[in-house]
Write a protein that binds this ligand. Structure first.
Ligand SMILES: Cc1ncc(COP(=O)(O)O)c(C=O)c1O
Length: 428
């Protein structure tokens, strides 16, 4: 292994491609080798510190001592599955269901968000006897065969499947009229359901990420999902709220993104931040849906809901509560949004700052039209200033700011200062 960092990185990249194959992508043209994390900070192999403004999985901060201790203690005691009785999984399920409310009575555990999507689709299809699913046009719901088929953002080679129809996602225009936007989506949903029925698939479910992350981040105005939710029910399908991105205090006002919209989903999927990096995800459902599903078939997921993952997940909720991270996401998120709006007024190349809690987006707009390339330059410029984030959206021109929930006001200032500098350096 070479001592020269650039040669070392090139060697690792070649080795990675040889061993892992080409399906894995990496961030940055010159990828980072991260070896340690603490709170909102990441450290590379040379000991250089970076501000993490991107990673939502370590929601209570990288290597949070309480989560690490809970994992270690449980791993030293027992790590087993859902075929034995255990109190901690019941205590955790109770807390989770209490926080969800909205008539969700049972929760089942999986190892990934993709498995949660897969299971939610199975439950919806079992209940309705139909297979058709409607999603937004750049949705992402996971990597199993069924989840990939409802994830058009994977590209035409993979999705959508034959029983999948797409509708245009909500517009990120912060001033959009929620009634009109909701009615537009409801009408598109009804048309999509009509097509699915005409082709004999029927309509099982509509599934949407409650913050439309891969569709370009669309938090506002809260409530625009209401007409769509009513149209789903009227059409005889189930509403699946995908909270893999929006859940666990991310959006600042509530533990769950769908609460902001005032809707009552039939099924809710969650994952990513749930175990602060441990592989735990879940599906919560109206009790009667799982009662009928469970009466007809068994479900055993070897690692889903294992003792160590439950211990991690319980510690995550403890930290969110004890460190006031919902209120922090709200307060720091508002500060950050105000600063982004201010940047937008001074820099021609950014527009439409938007966000809910600590999930924010801002469009990068290139005068020559290649906004994705410009967004990449912004992301690279930030990396040079030791701030990490990424771009998202159908055109990859939306800066995605989604840090651990322990992001402070000072962290927000550091991010905004770096972004201000980068935008100034890229102005034409
Ligand atoms: C909205 C959404 N749903 C589902 C998934 C799939 O989760 P996982 O990668 O844990 O399988 C993701 C992952 O990025 C996601 O963003």
């Amino acid at each position: 292994v070479s001592a020269d960092p650039a040669i070392r990185a090139a060697e690792m990249l070649a080795r990675r491609r040889r061993l892992l194959g080409p399906a894995y992508r990496h961030f940055y043209a010159e990828p980072l080798e991260i070896v340690r994390g603490e709170g909102v900070h990441l450290y590379d192999a040379d000991g250089t510190e970076y501000l993490d403004a991107y990673n939502n999985v370590p929601c209570v901060g990288h290597a949070h001592p309480r989560v690490v201790a809970a994992i270690a203690a449980q791993a030293g005691r027992l790590n087993t599955h859902t075929r034995y009785l255990a109190e901690p999984i019941l205590d955790y399920a109770e807390r989770l269901l209490d926080s969800l409310g909205a008539g969700l009575g049972h929760v089942m555990f999986t190892c990934s968000g993709s498995e949660a999507t897969d299971l939610a689709l199975r439950i919806a299809r079992f209940h309705t006897g139909a297979t058709g699913v409607v999603v937004t046009s750049n949705a992402y719901h996971g990597v199993t065969t069924a989840a990939a088929a409802v994830s058009p953002s994977l590209g035409a080679a993979v999705a959508p499947g034959p029983e999948v129809r797409t509708i245009v996602p909500p517009s990120p225009g912060a001033t959009a009229d929620p009634e009109r936007e909701g009615a537009r989506m409801a009408a598109e949903l009804e048309a999509a359901v009509g097509e699915l029925e005409a082709e004999g698939h029927g309509f099982a479910a509509f599934i949407a990420d409650s913050i439309f992350s891969s569709d370009g981040i669309v938090p506002d105005p809260a409530g625009f999902l209401r007409p769509l939710s009513a149209a789903v029910a009227d059409s005889g399908g189930l509403f699946i709220a995908d909270e893999v991105q929006a859940g666990f205090a991310r959006t600042g006002e509530s533990m769950w993104g769908f609460h902001r919209h005032g809707i009552q989903p039939d099924l809710v999927t969650m994952g990513k931040p749930m175990g602060n990096g441990m592989p735990i995800a879940a599906v919560a459902a109206r009790a009667e849906l799982l009662d009928e599903f469970g009466a007809a078939t068994r479900y055993f997921n070897t690692f889903g809901g294992n003792s160590v993952c439950i211990a991690a997940a319980a510690a995550v909720i403890d930290v969110i509560e004890d460190e006031g991270l919902l209120a922090n996401a709200d307060a720091v998120g508002r500060l950050l949004l105000d600063s982004l709006v201010e940047l937008e007024q001074r820099h021609e190349i950014v527009r439409r700052a938007r966000g809910a809690g600590l999930f924010l987006g801002i469009d990068v707009v290139a005068p020559d039209g290649d906004s994705a390339a410009l967004a990449d330059q912004v992301v690279d410029g930030l990396r040079e200033r030791r701030v990490l984030l990424a771009a998202t959206g159908p055109a990859k021109d939306v800066l995605k700011i989604r840090p651990p929930l322990v992001f402070s006001g000072a962290d927000s200032e550091r991010l905004v200062e770096a972004l201000d500098e980068v935008l100034a350096s890229l102005a034409t």
